[in-house]
Ligand binder design. Structure first.
Ligand code: HEC
Length: 127
């Protein structure tokens, strides 16, 4: 009981820190969320599966791997300047077909902000 105020100050502080650096807990949650992607994607190697590999995806222009057959929609989006960062990944992962109409990624989309931010933190851990 006595510890409560200290704990809540700590969690406010860690919330502030979380916006720039992800905690181990976020990464662990991101790894769990990534299970939704593993049927089609790897992140720890540059092998493409049904989907393009996601190693180094953070900061990569959309549709830019030379050895993967993207949809025209994804290639056009990349040529038009779409680069995968915090903002664009959040939009794409919450609704792939809305962000890139015509994409061949058939995935309904993630629902909660923490799923998305933790997953992005996890992806960033594989440069
Ligand atoms: C059913 C298979 C499937 C699932 C599940 C899936 N994807 Fe994809 N993903 C694809 C395909 C196929 C593409 C290529 C899309 C295109 O060319 O239009 C793609 C493309 C992408 C891209 C763009 C990569 C690039 O090089 O431009 C990202 C980022 C991505 N997926 C992330 C994810 C994440 C994160 C998840 C899990 C939340 C996920 N995907 C789930 C099949 C899938």
């Amino acid at each position: 009981m006595k510890k409560r105020p200290i704990l809540s100050i700590c969690s406010i502080a860690s919330l502030i820190v979380m916006t720039s650096t992800a905690s181990a807990e976020d990464l662990e949650n991101g790894r769990r969320v990534f299970r939704l992607c593993v049927a089609c994607h790897t992140v720890d190697s540059d092998r493409n599966g049904f989907g393009p590999h996601l190693k180094g995806v953070f900061g990569r222009p959309a549709g830019s791997l030379p050895d993967y057959r993207y949809s025209e929609a994804m290639k056009t989006a990349g040529a038009g300047g779409l680069v995968w960062d915090e903002a664009t990944l959040s939009e794409f992962l919450s609704s792939p077909k809305k962000k890139v109409p015509g994409t061949k990624m058939s995935f309904g989309g993630l629902w909660t902000t923490s799923e998305i931010t933790d997953l992005i933190a996890y992806l960033r851990a594989f440069p």
